[in-house]
Design a protein. Structure first.
Length: 221
């Protein structure tokens, strides 16, 4: 028995099919790898007037909130550090009504640690302790740097190797940039900037200011 000879035409067809399969594979690989870039472009939509809230944004507070506070802030910002305990006090006073959402808006012109500190907090978030790390970063705030980031992680009992790998590789950077680009799309120019049920408030606010807003929103629900 002799084997059938494959005609040159059939080889041409097979090679063409193989070529298109390779191109298709490359297309999907690039599309997957570019997901963060696509999300960032979406976030800079000029029609954006209020923040988006997704599962990648650190959140704390009421499970079914009446009031959602979205905070654009920077770990090197003194006013943000001053506001942090006020927001915590608000969460404690209204545990069933208020939810706080964090958005990174690092000001690199203020400090070369603006982005690294945001990355460090996101690395802590990967191990489930964003808010504890957030509080300690604001409490320390200076001198910020790799030594402090690791010290805080160790103090919170994080997996030291995983944290260091995350920090060194800057793995959370796309999420930090996504939040920053969203802030730019919203024309944010200062931190802290709060969106309380979509309404913008810029600068430091007292507990009484915030509590009055929450009361007004919860009594009209």
């Amino acid at each position: 028995m002799t084997m059938a000879t494959v005609s040159p035409y059939r080889w041409h067809v097979l090679l063409t099919i193989a070529f298109f399969l390779v191109i298709t594979f490359i297309f999907f690989a690039v599309a997957t790898a570019s997901k963060d870039k696509i999300d960032i472009k979406t976030a800079t939509d000029e029609t954006l007037t209020t923040p988006t809230v997704t599962f990648i944004d650190p959140q704390i507070g009421a499970e079914t909130p009446t009031v959602t506070i979205v905070e654009f802030a920077d770990f090197t910002c003194e006013s943000c550090a001053d506001l942090a305990p006020t927001l915590q006090q608000l969460l404690e006073k209204y545990p069933n009504d208020v939810r706080l959402v964090w958005k990174d808006f690092p000001n690199e012109s203020r400090s070369d640690q603006a982005t690294p500190s945001a990355i460090a907090a996101r690395c802590a978030d990967a191990q489930g302790v964003f808010w504890s790390y957030h509080d300690q970063l604001f409490a320390a705030q200076s001198p910020l740097g790799a030594t402090l980031y690791q010290t805080l992680a160790d103090g919170l009992g994080l997996d030291s190797k995983k944290f260091q790998t995350c920090l060194t590789s800057s793995e959370p950077l796309p999420r930090v940039r996504k939040a920053f680009q969203e802030g730019l799309a919203l024309s944010i120019t200062a931190t802290p900037t709060l969106f309380i049920n979509g309404e913008r408030h810029t600068g430091g606010m007292t507990f009484n200011d915030l509590s009055a807003i929450v009361r007004s929103l919860t009594t009209t629900k």
